[in-house]
Write a protein that binds this ligand. Structure first.
Ligand code: ATP
Ligand code: MG
Length: 241
């Protein structure tokens, strides 16, 4: 479904990804692991079509994702409907006047019927347990509440691939457990999960596969999550633990 070939990316002269080769299949649950600055967020942005390779290629379902291919509005719409991205910082994805409108925004953009939009928003409010926030202003919510609204707004498009950038950051333990359960549920329902995290304590059992980045912005290990996470020596050597 997702294929990265010899991919590299730099922000002007600053290298962020180097020589990345990666294949991700439908339904996988993958953790991206690596020290600060190793390139996890950049890779997630790239998969979501926010930045584009400086070298190599990114194929999604056999079609190359480039600035040009995403300029084609029909393709871009389908692509962005299929991949949902929950940013590390919820503020950068909340911009509507109330929570209802925030969650309805994506479905409205997709041109869904008013009735269908109502159903989707209600379902997502329920799924994230934020029905009480329906008429609140996203801007004034707490960090954890914002995170739930951001996830609801992404799920309202019913994406096949869900990308989360450090979703547990700054959440209280109960909310972390809630997000863990939600990730399990979404993956069990067939969604592909790709998630960067440093919060190993709270994601137990969620991921089958781990992809580990080194400080050189390349993949140093790709394997079973449970095996990698138990390899203390490797994790310490790579500033992950
Ligand atoms: N907008 C940007 N402009 C210039 N350099 C950037 C930008 N964003 C990230 N970088 C650099 O790219 C590299 C990879 O950063 P990235 O944010 O992908 O790391 P990360 O693995 O997500 O780190 P963290 O665990 O701290 O979130 C770092 O060296 C970083 O300084
Ligand atoms: Mg990051």
């Amino acid at each position: 479904m997702i294929q990265l070939n010899n991919l590299s990316f730099s922000y002007k002269e600053i290298s962020a990804l180097s020589n990345i080769n990666l294949t991700i299949h439908k339904g996988e649950s993958i953790a991206l692991i690596g020290a600060n600055g190793s390139g996890k967020s950049t890779l997630l942005k790239l998969i979501n079509g926010i930045v584009f390779p400086s070298g190599g290629s990114y194929m999604f379902d056999g079609k190359e994702i480039t600035e040009d291919s995403l300029e084609e509005s029909k393709f871009s719409k389908i692509f962005h409907k299929r991949i949902g991205f929950v940013f590390q910082n919820s503020e950068s994805q909340l911009f509507n006047s109330n929570v209802y409108e925030e969650i309805a925004f994506g479905p409205k953009q997709m041109g869904l019927e008013e009735e269908e939009i109502e159903i989707r928003v209600s379902d997502c409010l329920k799924l994230l347990d934020i029905e009480a926030l329906r008429n609140r202003t996203p801007y004034n919510l707490s960090g954890g509440e914002k995170k739930r609204v951001a996830i609801a707004s992404v799920l309202a498009l019913n994406p096949e691939v869900l990308i989360l950038d450090e979703p547990m950051n700054g959440l209280d333990p109960r909310t972390k457990r809630f997000i863990r359960e939600l990730m399990l549920k979404l993956n069990a329902s067939g969604k592909t999960l790709i998630c960067s995290t440093h919060d190993f304590e709270y994601v137990d059992g969620v991921f089958k596969r781990a992809i580990v980045f080194s400080k050189d912005h390349t993949i140093i290990r790709d394997g079973l999550y449970n095996e990698i996470i138990q390899d203390e020596k490797f994790l310490i050597e790579n500033n992950i633990k």
